[in-house]
Design a binder for this molecule. Structure first.
Ligand code: IPE
Ligand code: IPE
Ligand code: MG
Length: 244
């Protein structure tokens, strides 16, 4: 099936995805949760490919939240190993498609081999400008905002910043990735109607697309449908519809 991305008038510059439902996908098939995560890794690959084809510049995926540290150690370990394995297996595709890798979250909390492996690919792809792939890892939006507040407070205290300079832009500038534009579209799989501490600040005016598909079933075609839905949205930003 060919997906006609060119037929879409508006393509979001940045799409953020909450990849949810790997466990339920596996459970439905009598497989281990890790098998679900493995299949989910293939969906990441498919979405990256489709995004490059559609001309989406930034893709951010929520891969591991600060809250996910509460999961059993074996699952956490399996997820970390899968991350390293996926980087080994798919790094070439980043080079082939001119995709730069970035990571957002508590980098220091990740196991050392994972950090080293990530850093290698971050460095090797840093010069690419066509597309950016952000992995949110040990990411929590409230921690991110609290850290930004702390940095700003320290600057004000040290006299490097004036109190009147503490505005929306200043907060945005102190988040993990200040140069990445806010997502215009947020996709969540597996039907859950919540943000789970993902990009609370950055998603203020994003369009939401929630699908019942489990993440391992979310591939090129499903991504295309999400872009179609975005294309049909009327974004008013608190103003009025042009036709009114
Ligand atoms: C998403 O799938 C992957 C991570 C959060 C790491 P889940 O593991 O949350 O799958 P469900 O929600 O239990 O089905
Ligand atoms: C959100 O999924 C986090 C990631 C996709 C990494 P969860 O499965 O952890 O979220 P909850 O528990 O349903 O809120
Ligand atoms: Mg889940």
């Amino acid at each position: 099936m060919t997906l006609d991305f060119q037929s879409l008038e508006k393509i979001p510059k940045h799409v953020a995805l909450i990849m949810d439902g790997n466990g339920r996908w596996a459970q439905q098939r009598g497989l281990s949760r890790l098998e679900g995560h493995k299949e989910g890794a293939q969906s990441v690959r498919a979405v990256l490919r489709a995004a490059a084809q559609a001309g989406v510049e930034y893709i951010t995926v929520y891969a591991f939240s600060t809250e996910n540290w509460k999961r059993p150690p074996a699952e956490i370990d399996g997820l970390m190993k899968l991350l390293v394995h996926s980087l080994n297996e798919y790094e070439q595709e980043l080079h082939d498609n001119n995709i730069r890798l970035l990571v957002m979250g508590q980098f220091d909390r990740l196991p050392l081999p994972v950090r080293m492996r990530l850093q290698k690919t971050i460095d090797a792809t840093a010069h690419y400008t066509d597309h950016t792939f952000v992995i949110a890892l040990s990411y929590g939006s409230r921690t991110e905002i609290a850290d930004a507040a702390k940095q700003i407070a320290a600057k004000v205290k040290a006299g490097e910043m004036k109190l009147k300079e503490v505005n929306e832009q200043a907060i945005a500038n102190h988040l993990y990735l200040p140069d990445v534009p806010d997502p215009e579209l947020m996709i969540r799989t597996s039907g859950e109607l919540r943000l789970s501490n993902f990009l609370l600040w950055q998603l203020s005016y994003a369009e939401f697309y929630i699908t019942d598909d489990y993440w391992p079933d979310f591939r090129e075609e499903q991504f295309f449908h999400a872009l179609e839905a975005f294309n049909g949205r009327d974004r008013r930003y608190g103003g009025m519809n042009k036709k009114q």
